[in-house]
Design a protein around this ligand. Structure first.
Ligand code: G6P
Ligand code: ZN
Length: 544
């Protein structure tokens, strides 16, 4: 028999959810009452768990299993009607978003620190998503934070661990705990969106692929979808076994952390298509034989060709990109005659546009793409849409991209990151630029004429909320652009991100190296902001 107990506690500093929930060192989450306090704050912040149906799962990182049991005991003690949990405590972020929506639930709790490393000495996270399947908006996270500062006690059931190994329904106090296959509903959704028969034929005709699951949550999803349902030969999914520490790696699908896959794709033995996803399955990286597709180009290609997949044959309602994402997609939207929205960095800003039916596909330069099928970005969705498009056109990745550039022009693009910069120096650089914005239009910098300079603020067209100070934009004659922004996700010091872009319309100049093609813009970025001088860095730590 289980008993409900009330445990006295005191507020714990710093339980403030950020862009993607509360993210801290795993050891912090393991401190006494830490998880309990925050979960109580979530329940208090959403008006109590009583009578609610919630989805629960995580990316399988270290401590996932223990945090899940605590949340289940607290949900039961507080009268939740039902908790739908992924078998083994596993759910990718897009799969959780799907379940929240498809089962008509009140919301869900996702355990993940996304692409951050996992393990006892690494990172953990807890995030609340609302009934639309998307990350809680600020108004909700503020209430959760307020509740965390006021918590004096939490209620929890004293009971044995619930067996999450097998599919089935358990009862804890009055709460039904339904353990579901984490892959099934998501795979079924993908089958509805894409032409699996066509992709299967295409793979059977000899088109080869490798998907690197990076020992993170997409392993079982990719095995089932790419290998079992679409017939890719066994072994097409690499690092498919999810591990609590992701095998010691950074589960971040970019040319730095997914270097083994990148190297393979640049080698003689490259398959036709390569892709990877992150810790919780919402990011993606796309590669072809001998080519890396930037996330901004990927978004533009997907918007231009989505009509080739069954879910999007009727065309798109609109598209959206985060402000620093390249404007390649704008050109596509222009030709298609659909709206293209520019939002601040962070997936949550797409939520209202998707809910209001104004956009169908969204994307960010930070390796996120998705559509209105869920309210999170979705790594495997992007992979499947690419495969559906390639199968329909019969083209390779390189050829498709080259054709795309020839039709729409190429937006050369790169992001330069200066990590762990002294916060004062970084803020000083931004303040100084901010102060000079009005004087910049009309001036020449590194041979380029500035046409506009401002600081981005966003007025949400759906709920009229305003987000200010979302990055400094400098535009040049001919379509070049620099964006300066401080990262909202960094953990030590400040991370200065400089986003560089230039437009090329001449077909003969579309195959250059991006760093080389952007040399002018890169020089202008340093001259304008005095990056080297202010940060004391000779160059960026990371170039994407
Ligand atoms: C997270 C969010 C993304 C966002 C990214 C940017 O991954 O889910 O929506 O684009 O952070 O992070 P930054 O470090 O540039 O603020
Ligand atoms: Zn993620």
């Amino acid at each position: 028999m289980s008993e409900i107990i009330t445990v006295e506690t005191t507020p714990i500093e710093g339980q403030k959810p950020g862009t993607s929930g509360l993210r801290k060192k795993t050891r912090t989450f393991m401190e006494p009452h830490y998880v309990e306090n925050f979960v109580q704050a979530i329940f208090d912040g959403i008006g109590g768990a009583e009578g609610k149906t919630l989805v629960l799962g995580g990316d399988g990182r270290y401590f996932n299993d223990r945090a899940i049991q605590v949340i289940l005991r607290m949900a039961a003690a507080q009268g939740a009607a039902r908790v739908i949990v992924g078998q083994g405590g596993i759910l990718s972020t897009p799969a959780a978003s799907n379940l929240i929506r498809s089962r008509g639930t009140d919301g869900g709790i996702i355990l993940s620190a996304s692409h951050n490393p996992g393990g006892e000495d690494e990172d953990f996270g807890i995030k609340y998503n609302t009934g639309n399947g998307g990350p809680a908006p600020e108004e909700v996270t503020n209430r959760i934070f307020e509740a965390s500062r006021a918590v004096t006690a939490y209620r929890i059931a004293e009971s044995q661990d619930i067996d999450l190994a097998a599919i089935g329904t358990h009862r804890l106090i009055e709460t039904e705990i339904e353990v579901v296959d984490p892959v099934e509903d998501y795979a079924a959704l993908m089958e509805r969106l894409f032409d699996f028969d066509r992709i299967r034929e295409f793979l059977a005709s000899g088109f080869t692929l490798r998907f690197d699951a990076m020992h993170a949550v997409t392993g079982p999803y990719a095995k089932e979808i790419l290998e079992a349902r679409l017939g890719a030969p066994e072994g097409s999914v690499l690092n498919a076994q999810p591990l609590p520490d992701f095998g010691g790696g950074h589960p971040d699908p970019n040319p730095i952390w997914a270097k083994p896959l990148l190297d393979l794709m640049m080698s003689q033995d490259a398959p036709d298509f390569g892709a990877a996803s992150d810790g919780d399955g919402d990011r993606n990286m796309i590669l072809g034989r001998g080519i890396y597709v930037t996330p901004s180009d990927s978004l533009a290609v997907l918007v231009a060709n989505a009509h080739l997949a069954p879910a999007y044959t009727g065309g798109l309602k609109g598209a959206a990109r985060s402000m620093p994402t390249s404007r390649a997609v704008d050109r596509v939207a222009g030709k298609l005659g659909i709206d293209c929205y520019e939002t601040p960095t962070g997936w949550k800003f797409f939520g209202n546009l998707l809910d209001a039916g104004r956009v169908t596909i969204c994307g960010e330069e930070s390796a996120g793409t998705g559509s209105d099928h869920v309210r999170e970005k979705d790594g495997l969705w992007a992979v499947l849409l690419w495969l559906n498009i390639l199968a329909e056109t019969g083209k390779g990745v390189k050829e498709l991209l080259a054709d795309h550039w020839r039709s729409f022009g190429r937006n050369y693009y790169s992001r330069h990151d200066y990590e762990g910069v002294d916060a004062e120096a970084a803020n000083g650089l931004m303040d100084d630029l901010r102060g000079r914005l009005a004087d910049l239009p009309g001036t020449m910098i590194a041979n380029r004429k500035v046409t506009a300079a401002d600081e981005f603020a966003y007025d949400d067209p759906v709920d009229a909320s305003r987000a200010e100070r979302q990055g400094i934009r400098i535009e040049f004659e001919g379509g070049g652009r620099i964006v300066y922004r401080l990262s909202g996700t960094g953990t030590s010091g400040a991370t200065l991100r400089v986003y560089l872009e230039d437009v090329e319309e001449k077909p003969e100049a579309m195959d250059r190296d991006a760093q080389e093609a952007l040399a002018d813009i890169i020089a202008a970025a340093d001259q304008l902001a005095g990056i080297a001088e202010r940060t004391g860095r000779a160059g960026p730590d990371v170039k994407t």
